[in-house]
Ligand binder design. Structure first.
Ligand SMILES: Cc1cc2nc3c(=O)[nH]c(=O)nc-3n(C[C@H](O)[C@H](O)[C@H](O)COP(=O)(O)O)c2cc1C
Length: 391
C-alpha cells in the first residue's frame, strides 16, 4: 500500500517539504515595531512540532507604513534579521520548511485589529496610508493618498529589500500577498484603482504594479527557491475582479517565475452583481482547479479544508498540490500527526519530536493500540479480555 499523498514529501525547486500540509499565514497582532515576540516562536513552533510540512510566518509588511496596525509584522530594518532568523531556525530544527509572506496593506493601513472592529486609528496614533488611488477602502474609512510613480518605485524596492532580508533570516519559501484587499489588490481591482496613467485603466495597466513587484522579488530571491503568489481569485461581494482576470494574472506571474498560485478570495466589496464566495468546505478549490488547468501551475486553496480524507482526496484528484490550512490548525496544532494516523501512514508518530515519538511509541507497546479506523481507542489488554470471555 502506498503512503497517502498528503504525507509524501514534495520538492519544489531546491526545497523539499516532508509532507503537503502548509500552515497558511496568520496575523497575530503581537509584533513589536514589526518584530517577532516570544508569541511568534510559540505560534510557529507548535505547528513545526505538530508535523506540518511548511509553516508560513504571517503577512509581513515591507514598509513601516504598510502595516495594518501598530502590532503587525514588518521586516523593514536590517537589525530585525536575527529576530526573524530565530523563528525560521526553530521551525527548521523541528523538520518543517520556514516560509514567509510579504505584503503591504496600502489603504488598509493605520487601523486597529479585528478584536477592536478594525476601526481607523486617529490622532497621533494614525499615519497616512497610501493606495493606488485616493479611494477609501470601505465606506467611512479615511482616504488614502494616491501613490505617484516615485512612491511606486519606493514600494517595489522595499519588496526587493524585504525579500533579501527574508533570505538572510533563513526563510526558504516566499509568498507575495496580492489578496485580501491590500495594496496589490488595490491596484488590480477597478473597485479601488481609478488611475488613468500606466498603472490603471485596462487589465494590463492594473496588473503592472503586481508584476513589477513580482519581478523585483524574483530578482532578489534565489532562482532555486520557490516563490508563491496569493491572489484573491475574485473580489468580495459586489466586486469587479473576476476569475478570468485571475487566470490572466496567473499566466503573467508564471512568465515571471512564480511557482505556485495560492488561491484565496475577497477583501474588497462593491455594488456589482458579483456574489459572495460561499463558505463551504474547500470553497477556494474550484478557483485553484481552473487556474491549474489553464496555466499548468501548482496551486493551493486554503478555506475550510479540515479533514484528512478531504485533503487526501483533493490531492488524489489533482485539484491542488498543497493543503493550506489556518483555523483548524489553531484548533489542533498537531493535526498533521492525527491526519497521518487517520490515513494509516506507517510510523506516523515519527512526525513528532523524538522525545514525544519515543514516549508515545512506548505507550503503544505497553498496551494502548493506535486509534482504529472508527476513532475508538482499544487498550490491547481489554481487547484480549473481550476475546477471552467470548470464547
Ligand atoms: C487568525 C488569522 C490570521 C490570518 N492572517 C492572514 C495573513 O496574515 N495573510 C493571509 O494571506 N491570510 C491570513 N489569514 C487567512 C488564512 O491564511 C486562510 O487563508 C483562511 O483562514 C482560510 O483557511 P482556513 O479555513 O483553513 O482557516 C488569516 C486567517 C486567520 C484565521
Amino acid at each position: 500500500m502506498s503512503v497517502a499523498k498528503l504525507f509524501q514529501p514534495i520538492s519544489i525547486k531546491s526545497v523539499t517539504a516532508r509532507n503537503r500540509v502548509v500552515v497558511s499565514p496568520m496575523c497575530q497582532y503581537q509584533s513589536v515595531e514589526g518584530s517577532p515576540t516570544d508569541w511568534h516562536l510559540v505560534h510557529m513552533g507548535r505547528y513545526a512540532v505538530g508535523g506540518a510540512g511548511i509553516v508560513f510566518y504571517e503577512e509581513t509588511a515591507v514598509e513601516d507604513r504598510g502595516r495594518k496596525t501598530h502590532a503587525c509584522a514588518g521586516l523593514y530594518r536590517e537589525e530585525q534579521i536575527p529576530e526573524f532568523k530565530r523563528i525560521a531556525d526553530f521551525v527548521r530544527k523541528f523538520g518543517a520548511v520556514p516560509a514567509i509572506q510579504l505584503g503591504h496593506a496600502g489603504g488598509r493601513a493605520s487601523e486597529r485589529g479585528p478584536l477592536f472592529g478594525r476601526v481607523a486609528l486617529a490622532g497621533d496614533d494614525a499615519w497616512q496610508a497610501v493606495s493606488s488611488s485616493a479611494t477609501p477602502i470601505k465606506e467611512g474609512a479615511p482616504t488614502p493618498r494616491a501613490m505617484d510613480e516615485g512612491d511606486i518605485r519606493t514600494v517595489v524596492q522595499a519588496f526587493a529589500e524585504a525579500t533579501r532580508r527574508s533570505l538572510d533570516a533563513g526563510f526558504e519559501i516566499l509568498e507575495i500577498h496580492g489578496a485580501h484587499g491590500y495594496l496589490i489588490q488595490q491596484f488590480l481591482s477597478p473597485l479601488i484603482n481609478k488611475r488613468n496613467d500606466g498603472y490603471g485603466g485596462s487589465l494590463e495597466g492594473r496588473m503592472r504594479f503586481a508584476l513589477e513587484v513580482t519581478e523585483a522579488v524574483r530578482a532578489a530571491w534565489p532562482a532555486d527557491k520557490p516563490l508563491f503568489f496569493r491572489i484573491s481569485s475574485v473580489d468580495g461581494k459586489g466586486g469587479l475582479w473576476s476569475l478570468d482576470d485571475s487566470v490572466a494574472l496567473a499566466k503573467e506571474l508564471k512568465g515571471l517565475g512564480v511557482d505556485l498560485i495560492d488561491c484565496s478570495s475577497g477583501g474588497l466589496s462593491g455594488s456589482s452583481a458579483m456574489a459572495p464566495v460561499p463558505r463551504i468546505p474547500g470553497y477556494h478549490v474550484p478557483y485553484a482547479r481552473r487556474i491549474k488547468d489553464e496555466t499548468g501551475m501548482m496551486t493551493m486553496a486554503p478555506g475550510l479544508i479540515t479533514e484528512a480524507h478531504q485533503a487526501e482526496a483533493l490531492l488524489e484528484e489533482g485539484d491542488i498540490d498543497l493543503i493550506g490550512m489556518a483555523r483548524e490548525l489553531m484548533f489542533n496544532a498537531d493535526w498533521p500527526v492525527h491526519a497521518a494516523r487517520a490515513l494509516e501512514v506507517p510510523d506516523y508518530l515519527e512526525l513528532l519530536p523524538p522525545e514525544f515519538t519515543f514516549r508515545l511509541k512506548t505507550r503503544e507497546e505497553q498496551g494502548v493500540m493506535p486509534i482504529n479506523a472508527e476513532g475508538a481507542r482499544i487498550p490491547t489488554g481489554v481487547a484480549q479480555y473481550l476475546e477471552d470471555t467470548r470464547r
